[in-house]
Design a protein around this ligand. Sequence first.
Ligand code: FEO
Length: 386
Amino acid sequence: MNVTKDIRYIGVNDHEIDLFEGMYIVPEGMAYNSYVILDEKVAVMDTADRHFVQEWMGNLDAALEGRKPDYLIVQHMEPDHSSGIAAFMDAYPEAKVVATAKAFTMMKNFTGTDYSARGIVAKEGDRLELGSHVLTFVTAPMVHWPEVMFTYDSTDKVLFSADAFGKFGALDAEDEEGWACEARRYYFGIVGKYGAQVQAVLKKAAALDIQIICPLHGPVITEDLPYYFDLYDTWSAYRAETKGVVIAYTSVYGNTKKAVEILADKLRAKGCDVVEVTDLARDDIAEAVEDAFRHDRLVLATTTYNNDMFPFMNHFIDDLVERGFKNRTVGLIENGSWAPAAAKRMKAKMEGLKDITWLDTTVTIVSSLTEENIAQLDQMADELMK
Ligand code: FEO
């Protein structure tokens, strides 16, 4: 695949993977992208996951058409992109590796080899001339690791964006839901904690004339770039993207679930177009996290368990707190058969979060729903619709 006249795609698709980064389900697989820039000098952008090094080397060899690469540019040292470094450096002993100083340290730690003698340390704003293509390095610490850099090709106006603007899913998989769905789950799962750092690099990117984005996962982006930049700005600024209510719950015997269903029905009846209900024990928690950040209101409903909340709710709130959840309206529903404590525990767990508006109404169910509970759910729905 040609990205431009001189830039070739040499990445691979992974349909064998069960959990990306050991955690995220990827029913449509995953792509590990890599590119070659063919100019007077030849530069290779990143490598691939360890299971695909041979395939990637084959793709590289085919793209080179008998030429030898001069540079391997390592933008990110996470092993889904860096596992081919040793094979590359062995196969092309004349090539130099270009990376940040932090990346060279990680390279030694991962491979056991110090490549700095064959390396060029890239710093913010450094340029690398390949002939007609001039590359400029843009450091992007914590998007998603500290050593990350982007690379801007001012000739073809291409931004090589490392993990940013990536998504789950192999490139040969169906993508009926559109880019944003799996890109959002990927963003909030993997980079969500680092909104400030994403904002910083977006500011740097705004000064560049970018017509193509080449990320390390997901498709090459060639059209409507403001749409993608706007979404990244919204996500990294922790602004809600959509007006909607997410109700995330756990339920052991169905009584808390019943309360959630009644609340969802009341919200819809009162005109709320977007009500997302998620069972944290059975649904994908990464999807629930994505939904919580996507919409502007959240209701947490759970059983009291060991004088705390049910474990899946604990996990979910941990995910929100770790990612700096803020700037949202939150309501609580608890259940407890002898000493309801979940609402207090949930609120305590979230107390350090910024700009959270708590609903006045908290619903406490003691085993099963009462008429009073149903009236409280109505009141909660009214508050959520204000
Ligand atoms: Fe795709 Fe942070 O590695």
